[in-house]
Write a protein that binds this ligand. Structure first.
Ligand code: ZN
Length: 168
């Protein structure tokens, strides 16, 4: 188990297009283990390799839903289909302490390879679709803040806003 340092917005690694993975070796499996450890430690639902400074097309996602085989390891992921629309507050471990309102498809179908380089398909709605699309964008050097409508809020500001809306 090893934790890696999460790169924050402004770090050049977060704006680079990542390279496809050709084969799995010890370095790749160590990276996957570290991504998972780092994501859980930071209480995130997803983490992409460029967020720890590695420019490879690898991301992990765990939204707490039941998957076939533990958390999702996405190697060379590709979005096959999207559908619908959802708007919600979204955050990123590389933009600590902030959230912003982002509109995304409500459904996503993604093809990826698992840690054993076996191809699989994952379909998600709601939070899972959001997490998949968010992480895959990291691999192309994009951040959710590019898509935010309105201001970035702190968690306290968001809680305040939601309370006000409830009272209305
Ligand atoms: Zn992110």
């Amino acid at each position: 188990m090893a934790l890696r340092q999460i790169r924050e917005i402004g770090d050049a690694c977060l704006n680079k297009k990542c390279k496809p993975v050709k084969e799995i070796n010890k370095r790749t499996t160590d990276l996957i283990d570290d991504l998972l450890d780092t994501m859980y430690e930071a209480e995130g639902v997803g983490l992409a390799a460029p967020q720890v400074g590695i420019l490879k097309r690898i991301a992990v996602v765990d939204t707490g839903e039941e998957y076939q085989d533990g958390p999702l390891v996405l190697i060379n992921p590709e979005v096959l289909e999207t559908e619908g629309e959802q708007t919600d507050y979204e955050g990123c471990l590389s933009v600590p302490g902030k959230v912003g309102r982002v509109t995304r498809p409500n459904y996503a179908k993604v093809k990826a390879y698992d840690a054993g380089m076996n191809e699989y398909i994952v379909e998600g709605e709601g939070l899972l679709a959001r997490a998949l699309l968010h992480e895959i964008e990291h691999l192309d050097g994009h951040m959710y803040v590019e898509k935010v409508s309105g201001p970035l809020l702190t968690n306290e500001e968001l809680a305040e806003l939601l309370k006000e809306q409830e009272e209305e």
